[in-house]
Design a binder for this molecule. Structure first.
Ligand code: UGA
Length: 339
């Protein structure tokens, strides 16, 4: 069946990769909006891709019309960078929560299925060995720790979407990316320290010959998921065979790629030395410790470990991640440092 899919934030890290995969592997039509299109250049002329430059807080009529017209909506617009949670928490609330609530309500109104990006951050400082979509507690710090505004905003939207589903018939699926990494995530050529998520930040440091900072020593761990694996899972969610994804929450992560930030830094730096153009710069970069208060400010609090249970995705969708950490990092570095 040829689905009509609305992607808001279609030029983003997930949006552009998802669009490329849809256009390559399916006969679905994509209707996409974003404030920019620099990551979409290969897709703009595709007959199944319909792009408009616009802002979700302004172009509301276009959005309402397309929510009505499409079978599925993926509202992917959000700020997802921890330094901004701490520096500008209200902007995070307004965009990630308020603007998206509006869109979810329109999906309810027009009976359009919504596939919504929740986040690994909703589990917060949960200390279970694996985070489970149905049983894990969602553990956040005090209000003064402003980092949690993103997690709290996303959690409340998860709860609102779930309630619209249960009590008013909204067709929904929630997905939780666990530290997806890959090409076109953040702008590694931006010199500003702290403006990116960790892998792009470390690559940016190497490009600009600056030392890599390990926040609070780098013992904290994440499970890194290669973008292409995550996109495969999203395609299965959109496809929704026998309505299997309806009303479900899926962690999309790679438990086998659990690593400390220190090991991550050492691996990226060692790999960077194998790219002739960057070898000399990488040899000058040192890995140094920094206090989180100095790096992010006093509103920051960290997650010490974050491993997903992916049983739901494996059993219900028949999906599992395939890319090990070393390969994922190599493919990411090839994109930025190769050539
Ligand atoms: C991320 C972001 O909130 C979102 O992108 C997303 O919702 C979610 O988690 C996810 O991708 O699953 P976090 O993993 O803390 O949160 O984000 P990063 O900025 O990638 O930081 C990872 C770890 O590296 C943190 O412990 C941070 O303190 C550390 N870090 C970061 C450093 O040690 N040095 C740096 O230069 C940057």
């Amino acid at each position: 069946m040829s689905l009509k899919i609305l992607i808001l934030g279609v030029n983003g890290f997930i949006g552009n990769a998802l669009t490329t995969a849809i256009l390559k592997e399916t006969n679905w039509q994509v209707f996409g909006m974003d404030i920019a299109s620099d990551k979409l250049s290969g897709n703009l002329s595709h007959p199944h891709f319909h792009f408009i430059e616009g802002d979700i807080s302004i172009n509301k009529e276009w959005i309402a019309y397309h929510i009505k017209k499409c079978d599925v909506a993926l509202p992917l617009v959000a700020i997802a960078t921890p330094s901004i949670y701490v520096k500008d928490p209200l902007r995070v609330f307004e965009l990630d929560f308020e603007s998206n609530l509006d869109i979810v309500r329109q999906c309810l109104k027009y009976k359009t299925r919504v596939i919504f990006p929740s986040t690994s951050e909703v589990y917060g400082m949960c200390n279970e060995p694996e985070f489970n979509e149905e049983t894990s507690n969602l553990v956040l710090g005090p209000i003064q720790k402003e980092r949690w505004i993103y997690s709290a905003s996303k959690q409340l939207l998860d709860r609102v979407i779930y309630a619209y589903g249960k009590h008013q018939g909204l067709a929904f699926t929630l997905f939780r990316p666990f530290n997806w990494i890959g090409p076109k995530q953040d702008n590694v050529f931006d010199e500003k320290e702290g403006s990116s998520r960790v892998v792009s930040q470390f690559i940016s440091n190497i490009i600009h010959k600056k030392n890599i900072h390990l926040v609070d020593g780098g013992a904290q761990r994440r499970s890194f998921t290669f973008l292409d694996d995550g996109i495969d899972c999203l395609l299965k969610i959109i496809e929704n065979k026998n309505h299997c994804a309806n009303g479900k929450i899926f962690n999309i992560g790679n438990p086998a790629n659990d690593a400390s930030i220190k090991i991550l830094a050492e691996t990226i730096l060692a790999l960077a030395k194998t790219y002739p153009k960057y070898k000399e710069r990488a040899e000058q970069v040192k890995i140094i410790d920094v206090d989180s208060k100095d790096y992010y400010g006093s509103g920051y609090q960290d997650v010490s470990a974050r491993i997903p249970s992916i049983k739901n995705a494996e059993e219900i969708l028949g999906w599992s991640p395939k890319t090990d950490l070393n390969t994922a990092l190599k493919k990411t570095l090839d994109y930025y440092l190769g050539g």
